[in-house]
Design a protein around this ligand. Structure first.
Ligand code: IMP
Ligand code: MG
Length: 332
């Protein structure tokens, strides 16, 4: 590892949760830092259970991993406490004292705004909570008595871990094309979602990062409004086995075929060192459950080599099914 950033390359829902859980189970992961907020849900299958996590880092599947929520995050207290109980991580999770708080009023403002509704936001209040933070009137984690047992300096913990050679994962949320700066504005989320921004939220400088793993799905989905090149109908998506609903809000996800130009942009802006390509089995059904590259069909192999050629980046991990271990690991 030692310090790896995981980020989405499209409009979120690329399968970051699955990749994070695979890495956390396979490697001695010491620290996993979650950035972003409750608008994102990371789906993780673990011991036969499905978790859709909005706050707890996906690295929780590794029982020895210290879990942190970054200073740049927005914490919804009730959701956080519920997930801590659900995942049983009370003794190993910390929140940066300077993380800001999403309150009920932010969700109400999100849902009441015709403009935000038009963008198809998740309604979780993240945009209004960020607005409040920018106005410098937000409550911070250190202002909340319920969070007292969890408060820490997450940036210092993370940097100390990196400096002493520990394995650290910085977990991004959403995808590059939902970035406030680099995405399809105004149909974007309220923050930058690129690898640099993930580092900034966590308080880790660019010289400390060894790997940037960009997660791309073998087809593209998006929830909410905004452009989606090559979009196919819901009926066509169902026929192809690409139809999905959002883990967080239950909304239908729109879908489109893989797009090389968008993949190149995601690799460029994130400074990707490697690609994780998920859901290959949804496009090439013969690949389902494959654990080695040799098992893949020739069409699937050709697609992967085209991705590598066009992005000039190696496809290191390939998802072939929903379980964390349905995966081809080509890292040396
Ligand atoms: P907001 O982040 O709730 O303000 O929503 C802004 C846009 O980002 C909407 O199109 C949402 O559907 C989208 N969005 C926010 N979070 C996620 C996510 O985790 N996955 C996919 N789309 C998301
Ligand atoms: Mg998601």
């Amino acid at each position: 590892m030692p310090c790896t950033v995981i980020c989405g390359g499209f409009w979120g829902d690329e399968g970051k949760g699955k990749i994070i859980s695979y890495l956390a189970l396979k490697e001695p992961l010491d620290v996993c830092v979650r950035t972003g907020s409750v608008n994102a849900a990371h789906t993780i299958w673990y011991k036969g259970n499905r978790y859709a996590l909005h706050m707890v880092p996906g690295g929780f599947v590794n029982g020895k991993c210290r879990l942190l929520i970054s200073a740049g995050s927005n914490v919804e207290v009730k959701q956080f406490l519920e997930e801590v109980t659900l995942t049983n991580v009370k003794n190993r999770i910390g929140i940066d004292s300077q993380a800001s708080i999403i309150e009920e009023k932010h969700s109400e403002q999100d849902k009441a705004s015709a403009h935000l509704k038009g963008l198809g936001t998740t309604g979780r209040g993240v945009g209004p909570a960020i607005e409040e933070r920018v106005r410098r009137t937000a409550k911070l984690a250190k202002d909340m008595p319920e969070l007292k047992p969890y408060l820490t300096d997450a940036a210092t913990e993370t940097n100390k871990a990196i400096d002493t050679g520990k394995n650290v994962l910085l977990e991004g949320t959403q995808g590059l094309l939902l970035s406030l700066f680099h995405g399809t504005y105004p149909y974007v989320t309220g923050r930058d979602t690129s690898a640099s921004a993930i580092c900034s939220e966590a308080g880790v400088g660019p010289t400390k990062v060894d790997n940037v793993l960009v997660v791309l799905k073998a087809f593209i989905t998006r929830v909410g409004t905004g452009p989606l090149p090559g979009e196919i109908s819901k009926e066509e998506a169902q026929k192809r086995g690409w139809f999905e609903t959002a883990a967080g809000t239950g909304r239908d996800r729109r879908s489109a075929p893989f797009n090389f130009e968008l993949a190149k942009k995601a690799v460029m802006i994130n400074g990707a060192t490697q690609i994780a390509l998920t859901k290959l089995d949804c496009v090439y059904s013969a690949c389902q459950g494959a654990k080695t590259f040799d098992e893949l069909s020739s069409e699937a192999k050709q697609f992967i080599s085209e991705v590598e050629k066009q992005t000039r980046t190696s496809v290191a991990l390939i998802g072939t099914g929903p379980d964390a271990l349905d995966l081809i690991d080509r890292r040396k």
